[in-house]
Design a binder for this molecule. Structure first.
Ligand code: MN
Length: 214
């Protein structure tokens, strides 16, 4: 582009575009089911608070933090991979919960199919062994965080334990399935019984949605 043309274009765009309105806003992910559809595994009140209050707060915080930073209009995964502090905490939790709330279905449960099922069998010997290791990782995580099934660029699977807002994208991995072990995810339904909550979640996992991520 000629210098003349770029000067004209930059003048033109500054005149016509309000800089603030250019920054893309993150939105609260829509639930693919009714708020009471996952009962009794996840109760209506838990969904209303977890999605409508906790996640909405992370979305609002992120939208307030991004303007004026290098992350304006960046994809969420990139923000999570490259940020720290408050931006990382809120972006991580938006990404985590977007994956979380879209991986369940009232018609879920059963077992993974196809290539994901083969990869799980290859890695852990059986789906049941995978479930045991996944639950143990979530139960053994101290404090708040997440347990993830993730794949690397070659499709190799692993279970990762992440503190607080952590997500496997920070390790160059792709998250496939995440169980939230923050108390807000289960306290109204299971109180202190995190292990019981984790073992109940298998009944609502939408393996079609998880398989699509693989
Ligand atoms: Mn949560």
């Amino acid at each position: 582009m000629t210098l003349f043309l770029s000067i004209i274009l930059s003048f033109y765009s500054n005149q016509l575009i309000d800089k603030n309105s250019e920054v893309m806003k993150f939105e609260l992910v829509k639930l693919p089911y009714a708020v009471d559809a996952l009962e009794p595994v996840i109760g209506k009140q838990t969904i209303e608070y977890h999605h409508g209050k906790h996640l909405q707060t992370y979305v609002n915080n992120l939208n307030n933090l991004i303007p004026g930073t290098k992350f304006e209009n960046a994809p969420l995964e990139k923000i999570v991979s490259e940020s720290d502090g408050a931006i990382f905490n809120n972006a991580g939790q938006v990404l985590n919960h977007n994956l979380y709330f879209t991986q369940f279905s009232p018609k879920g449960g059963g077992k993974p199919q196809g290539k994901l099922a083969e990869a799980i069998d290859k890695t852990w010997g059986s789906f049941e062994n995978f479930q045991k290791e996944f639950e143990a990782a979530g139960t053994g995580l101290f404090g708040s965080g997440w347990v993830w099934l993730a794949k690397d660029k070659d499709g190799k699977l692993s279970i990762t334990k992440e503190n607080n807002a952590g997500n496997p994208v920070t390790k160059g991995l792709t998250p496939l399935l995440g169980f939230d072990v923050w108390e807000h995810a289960y306290y109204l339904d299971f109180q202190n019984r995190r292990a019981d909550h984790l073992s109940a979640l298998w009944k609502i996992v939408d393996w079609n949605a998880v398989g699509d991520r693989y």
